[in-house]
Design a protein around this ligand. Structure first.
Ligand SMILES: [Zn+2]
Length: 234
């Protein structure tokens, strides 16, 4: 095998490893984002339920005020009834009192419903709060894990790049720039073996002339279809 090819293969091995590490670097923020979105969902739901609870409490306060004012009216009518002489007026007052009592009873029914709803929502809020705490914890763990892992990966990439630049000293700038042009273009292996008369990169059949040049192992040969750098693999 040509010496240059052997060196290029070592460079390529590092580059392919770096590429796969770089794609893993992108995965961790995605996992963190997912955990953040899950937390946000719980927080939004919590906010919605808290708003409902507040609204119910305001409604209940309104009902309490209504009951109070109706009771005051009843008390007033009661004392009026005490000093009334004629039956007709007395009856009118009593009817009015009955009316008010019926109204109070209706309001109290809705208050009871309101209280049941409040209990239900409060218990949902309690669950959601616990959920939010759990999810915050999960998010923090995911963030810490991502920081640690990405730190390790970044170090591994730096080490590989250092190793690579040492190896690259043994190659001419021409061949290196050709290699990098190809690599940036294909984002995949660009120094490939010939296999059964075909290019190991694009799998197109190689011409007999290309095969002959390859077998002689005198100089760098490229695939006419995909421009990848070829080497002979018997
Ligand atoms: Zn090819």
């Amino acid at each position: 095998m040509l010496n240059e090819i052997e060196i290029l293969l070592k460079v390529q091995e590092k580059d392919l490893k770096i590429m796969s590490l770089e794609s893993r670097l992108k995965e961790n923020p995605e996992i963190v984002n997912k955990a953040r979105n899950i937390l946000r969902e719980a927080e939004n739901e919590l906010k919605a339920k808290s708003d409902i609870l507040k609204k119910l409490q305001v409604e209940r306060k309104g009902s309490e005020i209504q009951v109070e004012s109706n009771n005051e009216q009843i008390a007033k009518l009661d004392s009026q009834a005490g000093s009334v002489k004629d039956n007709k007026t007395y009856k009118t007052i009593q009817d009015e009192i009955l009316n008010l009592k019926a109204r109070i009873s209706l309001i109290e029914d809705t208050m009871l419903e309101n209280m049941e709803k409040c209990d239900e929502i409060s218990s949902q809020i309690k669950d959601l709060k616990e959920q939010a705490v759990r999810r915050t914890d999960e998010l923090e763990k995911a963030e810490a894990k991502a920081r640690k892992e990405n730190g390790d990966i970044e170090k591994e990439i730096r080490d590989l790049k250092d190793l690579k630049s040492e190896i690259e000293k043994n190659l001419s700038p021409e061949i290196l720039s050709r290699y990098y042009r190809l690599l940036n273009n294909k984002k995949d292996a660009v120094v490939v073996p010939s296999r059964k008369g075909s290019c190991g990169g694009c799998f197109m059949a190689l011409t007999p002339q290309v095969i002959m040049k390859l077998r002689s192992e005198m100089k760098i040969v490229t695939c006419e279809s995909c421009q990848r750098i070829l080497y002979w693999e018997s």
